[in-house]
Write a protein that binds this ligand. Structure first.
Ligand SMILES: Nc1nc2c(ncn2[C@@H]2O[C@H](COP(=O)(O)OP(=O)(O)OP(=O)(O)O)[C@@H](O)[C@H]2O)c(=O)[nH]1
Ligand SMILES: [Mg+2]
Length: 175
């Protein structure tokens, strides 16, 4: 099993990566590119799982070299589960990327990171509603303290590919 950590720049992917992986971490150029990426390993239910810290990207329509590599890494690892990391204070933009990845057929787990910052700003997020609409696990996290990370890991194996047409009809039904 392989896991990809994907999300916008500066949402906490690398802090989360460091929490999830142990000492056996390698940084190298992504093959055929000049962009660095980091790879490590973690254990889930006794199974060794590879985890990749994908360069931050705003969308799957790449605007620079790092974003190109992010999209390439996604396409090169079609059998992966994606942990989509979203900044809870900028949830709409983050969800757009998550939906794009769900639409491509990847099993997705969403980490709503920076949950502490969202709470400080009194941003209200209806987790139950998000879970119902998206049909994927949605877990609030605070990567810097580790809060929620255990729950996030426990949901990884629940991730399943989704039929996007069902999500769209649900979202349309709410407007
Ligand atoms: N308050 C708070 N700060 C966080 C949290 N997660 C990460 N940060 C901080 O946010 C900043 C960005 O974190 P990174 O892990 O470097 O973000 P990234 O997604 O890897 O960024 P790129 O690699 O540039 O795409 C750092 O200063 C972290 O300490 C969180 O849950 N709460
Ligand atoms: Mg990073």
């Amino acid at each position: 099993m392989k896991l990809l950590l994907i999300g916008h720049p500066n949402v906490g992917k690398s802090v989360l990566f460091n929490r999830l992986t142990g000492a056996n971490v390698t940084e190298s150029n992504y093959p055929g590119t000049t962009v660095d990426y980091t790879k490590g390993y973690m254990q889930i239910d006794g199974e060794e799982v590879e985890l990749i810290d994908v360069p931050g990207t705003f969308s799957l329509d790449p605007k620079d070299k790092a974003e190109e590599v992010a999209v390439k890494m996604l396409k090169d690892n079609e059998d992966s589960i994606v942990i989509c990391v979203i900044d809870s204070t900028k949830i709409e933009r983050g969800l757009y990327l998550a939906l794009e990845i769900i639409e491509m057929g990847y099993p997705v787990v969403i980490a709503l990171n920076m949950w502490d910052v969202a709470k400080d700003k009194d941003i209200e997020i209806d987790l139950q509603r998000l879970r119902e609409l998206l049909g994927v696990p949605v877990v609030p996290t605070i990567a810097v303290s580790g809060w929620g990370v255990k729950e996030l890991v426990s949901k990884i194996k629940d991730a399943k590919p989704r039929d996007i047409s069902k999500i769209e009809s649900k979202v349309e039904g709410t407007s």
